[in-house]
Design a protein around this ligand. Structure first.
Ligand code: NAG
Ligand code: NAG
Ligand code: NAG
Length: 129
């Protein structure tokens, strides 16, 4: 009985620590995705406990001035540049800044792709900096 209880306690502690200590970015922590083909980056910085900023720019390969035909696939959720309010100045897109709620540790390892129409033109994974 004692054994079962300590296993349960261990499982609880493990989950708790994982959720609070290991998977929370501290203020000032950064993460980034690099786009090689489009010569771009997206960087994420934890600015308060619950919000992070995003800064993104693509320096080449965005040849059409139409934010409705370029898309960002973030882990399966696809939104157009227009929906993200990202401006295009061919061959560049951005720079683009935003602040949103969340913790950047939840983004680590996330797949991110840039699409032109339905074709992926570059992709990357978000890594801790
Ligand atoms: C990537 O973009 C930066 C900023 O515009 C520029 O300085 C650099 O030369 C570019 N690199 C390539 C390989 O195009
Ligand atoms: C989109 O960007 C423009 C220009 O920076 C700004 O005026 C507008 O409020 C933004 N819209 C949204 C939905 O963020
Ligand atoms: C966007 O964020 C970057 C990095 O945090 C900052 O240097 C830059 O001034 C910001 N630009 C705008 C337009 O807010």
């Amino acid at each position: 009985m004692l054994k079962t209880r300590s296993i349960a306690l261990f499982a609880f502690l493990f989950t708790y620590l994982n959720a609070t200590l290991l998977c929370r970015a501290a203020i000032g922590d950064k993460a980034a995705a690099t786009f090689k083909i489009l010569n771009g980056t997206a960087t994420f910085e934890q600015v308060t406990e619950d919000t992070f900023s995003i800064y993104g720019v693509l320096n080449k390969g965005i040849d059409e001035n139409d934010p409705d035909i370029y898309f960002i696939d973030l882990n399966g959720d696809t939104l157009s540049f227009a929906e993200y309010n990202i401006s295009i100045d061919p061959p560049k897109a951005g720079p683009w800044n935003a602040t949103t709620n969340g913790n950047i540790d939840e983004l680590i390892g996330t797949y991110i792709a840039i699409l032109y129409d339905e074709n992926t033109i570059d992709d990357s994974f978000i890594v801790k900096e």
